[in-house]
Design a protein around this ligand. Structure first.
Ligand code: NAD
Length: 337
């Protein structure tokens, strides 16, 4: 069993811990927290050994009556691999500790690409990270774009991608984020950072991205235009995307008219935390105009990177090939809406 540590048990970390626990070949050896908040309490209830991320704060856990298994240093020493899901920038700072212990680590998409030895998306470049010390699982938006681009590239060739990303202002629990009544070009200049980020996965891709921020917390929405080398029919593209395990092509009859309805559907389907791990592509939106493909897809920012982290563990440690890992992850999590 692969012993996995999770350092940073917030939005992404707690989801990754649960997904790891569901795998037949992995165990959560422990999770590290900075404070004894509601997530620490829940981690203990779930039976995850809890470690103090910052030694000076051990007293806070003692005061709250929460038992600790040790410090993050001890956790990293014990693990075969660490998933770092700390806030942006802190992951990069933690790399020295992981290297000191010779423990491979996964960083998240909030870190700069050069904080890691390589960037990762399971569908696109699984085979490139085996044996590396530090690998970055790309952000929610970059994951969503990569999952779409890879099959299109394989099937038809991609000449150019233009993507407008309508981004949620913050996650539901992020009380300090916004806007609360505005629509912001964000960034105002082009490209947004997403295009260059996608190029960490597809170095030769021609891609332009634009970003906006809106008062929503549920999901991101992408308006996509891909100029293809071939001219497939819209039906053929739709069928291609329906055949992918982490893209959900929304059938018309479900009447899912937006992110709110998708999240409601996820709740009705009993998804943990109403998570939507798949790219949600509106089937009706898949349109070809000459060699230009157009479509809309919604991306659940809090959860689409979770299965990617699970696959990255196997890819880095070299315990399974791409097909086997993706299948195992999908089966264990219950992928497919
Ligand atoms: P978060 O704030 O929800 O969770 C981070 C957790 O790390 C918190 O529990 C925080 O207390 C803890 N923490 C802070 N300092 C720490 C330290 N020194 N050691 C250990 N833990 C520490 O953040 P998040 O949304 O889970 O984001 C984590 C990473 O994932 C970031 O790189 C982010 O860019 C990336 N990411 C976030 C999203 C998203 O939409 N939330 C999507 C994809 C990728």
């Amino acid at each position: 069993m692969i012993q996995v540590a999770v350092n940073g048990y917030g939005t992404i970390g707690k989801r990754v811990a649960d997904a790891v626990r569901a795998q037949p070949d992995m165990e959560v050896v422990g999770v590290a927290k900075t404070s004894p908040n509601f997530e620490a309490e829940t981690a203990v209830d779930k039976g995850y050994p809890l470690y103090a991320a910052i030694e000076d704060r051990i007293e806070l856990f003692d005061d709250a009556g929460i038992d600790l298994a040790g410090t993050v240093d001890e956790l990293v020493a014990e693990a075969d691999i660490v998933v770092d899901a700390c806030p942006s920038g802190i992951g990069a700072d933690n790399v020295a500790m992981y290297r000191e212990h010779d423990t491979p680590a996964l960083l998240q998409g909030g870190e700069d690409a050069d904080a890691a030895d390589a960037s990762f998306n399971a569908r696109s470049n699984y085979d490139t990270v085996e044996g590396l010390d530090v690998v970055r699982v790309v952000s929610c938006n970059t994951t969503g774009l990569s999952r779409l681009i890879k099959p299109l590239e394989e099937a038809y060739g991609v000449e150019k991608v233009r993507a407008t990303l309508v981004r949620r202002g913050g996650d539901p629990a992020q009380t300090g984020r916004g806007p609360i009544n505005d629509i912001l070009p964000n960034p105002v200049g082009l490209p947004s950072h997403h295009g260059p980020d996608v190029e960490t996965i597809f170095p030769d891709l021609d891609i332009d991205t634009l970003g906006l921020k809106v008062p929503a917390t549920l999901m991101h929405m992408h308006s996509i235009n891909v100029t293809l080398a071939d001219r497939p029919s819209a039906d053929a593209v739709r069928e291609l995307l329906e055949g992918e395990s982490r893209t959900f092509v929304i059938p018309e009859h479900l009447d899912l008219d937006g992110a709110g309805a998708i999240k409601e559907y996820a709740m009705d389907r009993g998804r943990p935390r109403a998570d939507v791990w798949e790219n949600c592509i509106w089937g009706e939106s898949v349109t070809m105009e000459d060699d230009d493909l157009y479509l809309f897809q919604a991306i659940h920012q809090e959860s689409d990177v979770v299965p990617e982290n699970v696959d990255a563990i196997r890819a880095v440690l070299g315990t399974d090939d791409q097909t086997a890992s993706i299948e195992t992850t999908n089966d264990a999590m219950g992928m497919g809406l």
